[in-house]
Design a protein around this ligand. Sequence first.
Ligand code: UT7
Length: 349
Amino acid sequence: MRELVSVEHAGGGLTTRSVGEQRVAVVAGIAGHVPEQVLTNGDLITRFDTSDEWIRSRTGIGERRVARPGEATSDLAVQAGSAALASVAAIEPIDLVILATSTPDHPCPATAPAVAARLGLKGVAAFDVGAVCSGFVYGLAVAQGMIAGGVVKSALLIGADVFSTILNPADRSTNAVFGDGAGAMVLRAGESDELGAVHAIDLGSDGDLADLITVRAGGSREPTAEHGADRWFSMQGQAVYRHAVLRMTESSRKVLAAKGWRPDDVDRLVAHQANARILATVGAELGVAPNRVYSNISTVGNTVAASIPLALADAHAQGQLAAGDRLLLTAFGGGATWGSVTLTWPHLR
Ligand code: UT7
């Protein structure tokens, strides 16, 4: 006897599924949103001892967007989420909202329920995922697991961060790198051989590296009020750089092997936009041709959890993703955390 794993309404009737017919998350919509205010390298020169040449040559960034005072992560997340939902051809009820962020509106509660309510999704499951720059890949893995497990049939996955609120105003290094933004993806249950299906996933972490990327104060270990400079984000750039290249490369190799793709099968490498030199090195280490390594870092900077969905949304809007393209996503972030995903790109509006 075949074991039933879920019962669902399909076209007005009842459909039973059995073990062996694998349901997976399938991409159904994508959109990004960045704040209006542009912060150029020229603007940074007025605040720091830096230069356009240094920033461009070390990071590949020419400008980034920053939220206006009072504009919070949820505001960007709602804009991206709303646009992603509007991009779906035949909109299905959304069962789950996941918000990947490390700059929630408040330390408590999570921001996802407020985002869900503002999107007209009051009542659905909603929670935040905190994996810093790997947050979107972690969120995608969670959505995939919940869809495959039959817990939900659809999900809105948003990556959003407003890092401008936690950057140390005296730190020229991090102010040159980070920008604010949001990206959102709609996922629905589908079959593993469909265009848009999420395939192999690899996730990892190393808590011994927690100090490399941190905001020390504001949690239970060091309440904010007692620690001045510790309230700001700090990053050990060079060490992060080395670990990012190593982990994104290793993790990418694992998902490529799991999917049975060679590096030249990858049509687009859409990596976390950490630094243009990191993207180029990871592409070269993997053997993915430079013209297949997508980057929008020059105009948005490193937008943390928003980075991958924003890159996907920009690439899609620019016509740089075709239906059937084989995509490799990979990220490294605070924690330390890292992860990679393979998927095919669907037909999208
Ligand atoms: O998104 C999560 C993961 N994050 C990343 O992957 C970021 C990884 N790291 C990086 O992208 C780079 O390490 C940075 C862009 C953050 C820094 O670039 P770097 O080439 O590693 O510079 P560095 O930290 O080694 O600093 C080299 C020099 C230092 O001066 P001294 O000590 O040699 O005199 C810095 O003070 O560059 C200086 N510097 C700057 N100079 C001009 C640092 N920031 C700046 C700046 N303008 N904005």
